[in-house]
Write a protein that binds this ligand. Structure first.
Ligand SMILES: [Zn+2]
Length: 300
């Protein structure tokens, strides 16, 4: 076995173990418990897990997805997060090899995975994770490109956060509420730090596309079931805007129309900044994470 295959094996094993840890982080960042204490226990019967119940993926298969003590079903989230972490670790090593880039990329992907999971589960995101990503993004840019890199990275934070905040506040125009949560602004800023001012716009465009493909349909279906018509209408308008925007990139007349709409929108957005507190967001962190992953592995 050559060195790279050997290392890849261990990177994947580490990925599984870290994935197991991320499950705990996801669970406890939602409940506000400490990450280190108390030791893992079954949420139903409260029995402390034995060490061999904590082996990533394998324990889930051997226990047939049920708690050893009370036979309560274990969430499929556990093996999924573990496998996803393994794949992301493996891909990072495959693309960047033995370098400090691999460590940074693994850190960013881990943060995105945790925030995506909490956003999907509870629409809650720990913004401190995004801040840690932003700081590491600036450090990485400094290591790779000196002060010039740091400048691009810091400008990237401003651009990412500003663009996302504008999109979120466009919601005030249609439904007197933000279209997306505050966390999306933090995450977009963090991506700006990672990719820099020139790339962040492209990453955000990809995220719009990603949101149209898989988030908006699911979100709309849930809102439709919950009989939440205003949110449905707002999301449809949002989707229409995105489609118009994409076709606008091909045609100057549509682009001009978009510019006018944009100015009108900006006026309403600035007018409606302190509107009502009704919160019904599109979970957008998954789209940002998908765009970042695509960008890291296929373009960056
Ligand atoms: Zn149990």
């Amino acid at each position: 076995m050559d060195l790279n295959t050997y290392l890849m094996f261990w990177v994947c094993v580490f990925g599984l173990c870290f994935g197991s840890f991320y499950n705990v982080v996801i669970l406890r960042s939602l409940s506000g418990e400490s990450i280190i204490f108390p030791p893992s226990k079954c949420p139903k019967c409260g029995n402390r897990l034995k060490p061999w119940h904590n082996i990533p993926v394998l324990s889930y298969i051997f226990l047939k997805g049920k708690c050893y003590f009370c036979k309560e079903k274990i969430s499929i989230q556990y093996p999924i997060i573990e496998l996803l972490t393994m794949v992301l670790f493996g891909l990072s090593f495959w693309k960047y090899g033995i370098s400090y880039s691999t460590l940074f990329v693994i850190f960013w992907l881990s943060c995105l995975l945790i925030m995506t999971a909490t956003d999907v589960k509870e629409k809650l995101v720990d913004c401190n994770i995004a801040i840690a990503m932003a700081i590491s993004g600036v450090v990485y840019a400094g290591l790779a490109g000196g002060w010039h890199g740091v400048l691009h990275s810091v400008l990237g934070i401003c651009a990412g956060a500003l663009i996302m905040e504008l999109i979120a506040r466009a919601g005030f125009v249609f439904a007197k509420t933000r279209a997306m949560g505050e966390a999306d602004t933090y995450v977009a800023g963090a991506l700006g730090a990672m990719f820099g001012i020139f790339n962040i716009v492209k990453v955000l465009l990809i995220s719009l596309f990603a949101s149209m493909c898989f988030i908006i349909p699911v979100f709309l279906y849930n809102k439709y079931k919950a009989d939440d018509k205003p949110t449905c209408i707002m999301s449809i308008i949002f989707t229409t805007m995105v489609i118009t925007f994409y076709s606008g990139l091909q045609n100057y007349w549509t682009l001009a129309l978009l510019a006018v709409t944009g100015l009108l929108l900006a006026y309403f957005v600035l007018k409606g900044i302190d509107s009502t507190e009704k919160r019904n967001y599109l979970p957008y962190v998954p789209a940002l994470a998908a765009a970042a992953i695509y960008y890291i592995f296929f373009i960056f």
